[in-house]
Design a protein around this ligand. Structure first.
Ligand SMILES: NC(=O)c1ccc[n+]([C@@H]2O[C@H](COP(=O)([O-])OP(=O)(O)OC[C@H]3O[C@@H](n4cnc5c(N)ncnc54)[C@H](O)[C@@H]3O)[C@@H](O)[C@H]2O)c1
Length: 318
């Protein structure tokens, strides 16, 4: 059995616990969290133990999941890699490109697998969209839309960076997976809330792609979209010979989720599928993740271009 340990026991740990349980070849050996009560709550739920320190956890497992806030991803990942452990690290992989490059270099040097949690692409219909694009069935890609409108209350948004890093990271790896890297970015951001959280909760980006097609990315914590055919989370690809889409709204449960006002069932499936692929295929069989640390570096270049575009009010080369 592959032994897995979680550093961090916040909201996302619920879904990663289900992910580990869905792999027949892995077990959740234990959890560490800065605030012990959170680790105890998740450990009880998943029938596992609480570790007293990060060091004890790392020694006891084969694979470390880094599920803390973005600012600590780099240091915990490096600690685990230097101890010779495989790592699954939540997005954004780190704060800077240099930190991700350091993680990549250390992983290669120590011969361990490190993958970013780029979960939205671990969906059969997103993989089919990629296949249709790559096999030419959709013709030349003209436009790609990645749209996200899910309300996050101030007390949740306040724990995260703004939506450029928190949500456009998802959009960046989805774009990369389906349409390749962009060459130019133009971004605007806004904050529309009760005034208690300064970071942006709305951002929109236009990307010019290598083939001159355009992509539009939208990320909003400011409101839900509950109108007809909602843009809760949607990917739309339009090509010269065809089009396709993926929507969270194809699977909805009428109960609130941890943060979301309804349960968008696709979302937990993406985390489970990503975790299962990492444990069974990447660790178990040495395959590559669908999105790699190199992709995480390109994502960060897109994010930094967006931030620079906002700051300087101009289009920025990626
Ligand atoms: N892949 C996805 O779809 C997805 C969705 C939500 C969150 N996330 C990512 O997962 C990570 C955690 O998010 P969350 O929703 O669980 O947040 P959360 O606020 O619920 O939990 C964060 C955890 O990090 C710990 N933490 C915070 N600062 C720390 C520090 N300085 N040192 C050690 N521990 C610290 C907290 O104790 C808490 O348990 C973030 O990187 C976030 O971007 C990913």
């Amino acid at each position: 059995m592959i032994k897995v340990g979680f550093i961090g026991a916040g909201d996302i740990a619920y879904l990663h616990g289900e992910g580990v349980n869905s792999s027949a070849g892995a077990e959740l050996t234990g959890i560490w969290n800065r605030t012990r009560s959170k680790a105890e709550e998740k450990a009880k739920l998943f029938g596992t133990k609480v570790f007293d320190s990060v060091e004890e956890l790392i020694v006891a497992v084969d694979v470390v999941y880094v599920l803390t806030n973005m600012e600590t991803h780099h240091s915990y990942s490096m600690q685990a890699i230097e101890a010779g452990k495989h790592v699954l690290v939540e997005k954004p992989t780190a704060v800077t490109i240099a930190q991700i490059e350091e993680i990549k270099e250390a992983a290669e040097r120590k011969g361990v697998q490190v993958a970013p949690v780029h979960n939205y692409i671990y969906e059969p219909s997103v993989m089919r969209a990629k296949d249709m694009i790559e096999s030419g069935k959709l013709g030349e890609i003209v436009s790609l839309y990645v749209l996200y409108n899910i309300h996050h209350p101030e007390e949740v948004a306040g724990r995260y960076p703004g939506v450029i890093r928190q949500i456009l990271t998802h959009h960046a790896y989805c774009t990369l997976y389906l349409s390749g890297a962009p060459k130019m970015a133009s971004c605007m951001k806004a904050t529309i809330n009760d005034g208690s959280v300064p970071q942006e909760n709305l951002a929109m980006v236009t990307l010019q792609m290598q083939n001159n097609s355009l992509s539009h990315l939208c990320a909003s914590f400011a409101s839900d979209d509950h109108a007809g055919d909602p843009w809760t989370f949607m990917i739309k690809v339009i090509g010269t010979k065809g089009a396709t889409r993926y929507s969270y709204r194809d699977w909805v449960e009428n109960t609130p989720a941890v943060v979301h006002s309804q349960t968008y069932s696709a979302y937990p499936y993406t985390i489970r599928s990503m975790g299962k692929h990492f444990l069974d295929e990447v660790i178990g069989k040495g395959k590559k993740p669908l999105s790699t640390l190199d992709d995480a570096i390109t994502c960060m270049k897109i994010i930094e271009a967006c931030e620079q575009s906002v700051e300087e009010q101009r289009h920025v080369s990626v």
